[in-house]
Design a protein around this ligand. Structure first.
Ligand code: KE4
Length: 432
């Protein structure tokens, strides 16, 4: 595929933007080559600036569950924009989106809108600390909750670790209260509570991990977290920024039947515009300013355009049969990819929850970051580039999830599986 214009634009972007991108994963560093620059999106397709067309399985990292430029979403944004783009004052649309969200997430009694998942999780943890009067938080190795200092921590050696900064610029003092344990390891979580009784404000978890690839919770893991946090008076925070309205209408908490104390949402609730939220029990969220003393604010929080896009998207997701179709399409895709890998003799560990999926290039099972990291990232890079060359746009990293939208057709899925046959053959041949 010709990609001269993307290359020229990337060179130009690198002159004025760090790494030429506004979020690191977009730079294709994990898969080699250069990123493609997008001209426009339409339904399940992306079109780059060189006129190449791709079937898109990134969907802007999850938000575009209806596909690109859905008429209902575009019309809602256009109508809202014609009345003004931002007021910094309350509007009915914020209440409407709050009610649509609460209707799908009964565990949420009060909700605050912010502009990104990072803001949502950072704020949720602040409120949990205020509510409990404690400072320690527990997160999971391989779990990503945005880039707030206290969450940019690496899992140190051993199962039970006090967080160490995972990025220059994060002062150690910012992470000393963050404990990092392996995902799906209930014994490690129990050990943390034994070691720090009455000190843990919150456990924050991706109920289906989507930032080490797609890693589902093992049987009993989420219920175990619920039991431990209840017993110790800690707040259970489900980070459903990715899984909310994705794996089920009511997110992972509906799918697995677990009620968290707080939930973070993002991506889909903004319909492709910047909007995220944190919400949960009334007695906790009532602490948030100005109802309570916990400060949190935002110039563009509840922005009218993002609210309009979110309302249009969430209303479309209330249609009957939506999640059954997403499930069916994604199951066909995952099964087809697994069969294609088997035919080529390429070891592959497929995971899927609803319309979120991932293919790990490993012959073992993947239940946490350590097992995910045993994947062959060179094989993944070959697979990624071969698929891209055939017009299939996957997430440019082995440790990301893919997404199917309602705009994907059975034909798109079939074409993707066909392309994967060639890609797996290439991987099997050992050629770059
Ligand atoms: P944002 O600050 O990027 O809106 O949200 C952070 C976040 C929080 N929680 C979860 C579960 C998330 O998946 C994310 C962001 N996800 C990444 C995808 N791995 C966004 C893509 C990117 O960083 O460019």
């Amino acid at each position: 595929m010709k990609r001269e214009h993307s290359a020229a634009l990337f060179a130009q972007a690198r002159e004025v933007i760090p790494g030429g991108v506004n979020s690191p994963v977009r730079a294709f560093r994990a898969v080699g080559g250069q990123p493609i620059f997008i001209d426009h999106g339409e339904g399940a397709y992306l079109f780059d600036v060189d006129g190449n067309q791709y079937i898109d399985y990134v969907g802007s990292w999850g938000p575009l569950i209806l596909g690109h430029a859905h008429p209902r979403v575009v019309e809602a944004i256009t109508r809202a924009a014609q009345r003004g783009t931002s007021y910094g004052a309350p509007t009915e649309a914020e209440t409407r989106l709050a009610e649509l969200t609460i209707e799908a997430f009964p565990s949420i009694e009060l909700i605050r809108f912010v502009n990104s998942g990072t803001e949502a999780t950072m704020s949720a943890l602040r409120v949990a600390r205020a509510f409990t009067g404690r400072t320690k938080i527990v997160k999971f190795a391989g779990g990503y909750h945005g880039h707030a200092d206290m969450l940019l921590v690496a899992a140190g050696s051993g199962a039970l670790t006090l967080g160490v900064p995972d990025s220059p610029g994060v002062p150690p003092v910012a992470t000393t209260e963050t404990l990092v344990v392996p995902y799906n390891d209930l014994a490690a979580v129990s050990e943390v509570f034994d070691r720090f009784p009455d000190e843990i404000a919150a456990v924050i978890v991706e109920p289906v991990a989507g930032n080490m690839g797609c890693v589902p919770p093992v049987e009993g893991f989420l219920q175990g977290l619920r039991n431990l946090t209840t017993r110790h008076g800690s707040v259970l925070i489900f980070d459903e920024v990715m899984t909310g309205f994705r794996v089920a209408h009511g997110g992972a908490q509906a799918l697995y039947g677990i009620t968290p104390d707080m939930t973070c949402l993002g991506k889909i609730i903004g319909g492709g515009l910047p909007a995220a939220a944190y919400g949960g029990r009334r007695d906790i969220l009532s602490l948030v300013s100005p109802a309570g003393p916990v400060y949190q604010a935002g110039t563009l929080s509840g922005n009218p355009l993002a609210m309009a896009a979110g309302i249009a998207q969430l209303e479309a997701l209330r249609e009957p049969g939506v999640y059954e179709r997403l499930d069916r399409l994604t199951a066909t895709l995952a099964d087809g990819l697994a069969a294609a890998a088997r035919e080529a003799g390429v070891p592959l560990y497929q995971t899927r929850v609803g319309s979120m999926f991932c293919a790990f290039f490993t012959d073992g099972s993947v239940i946490d970051e350590a097992s995910a990291k045993r994947s062959d990232t060179h094989a993944f890079a070959t697979y990624f580039q071969t698929m891209l060359e055939q017009g299939i746009y996957l997430a440019p990293s082995q440790f990301e999830a893919g997404f199917v939208s309602l705009a994907h057709s059975e034909g798109d899925i079939a074409r993707t599986i066909e392309a994967a046959r060639a890609a797996f053959q290439k991987v099997a041949s050992g050629k770059e």
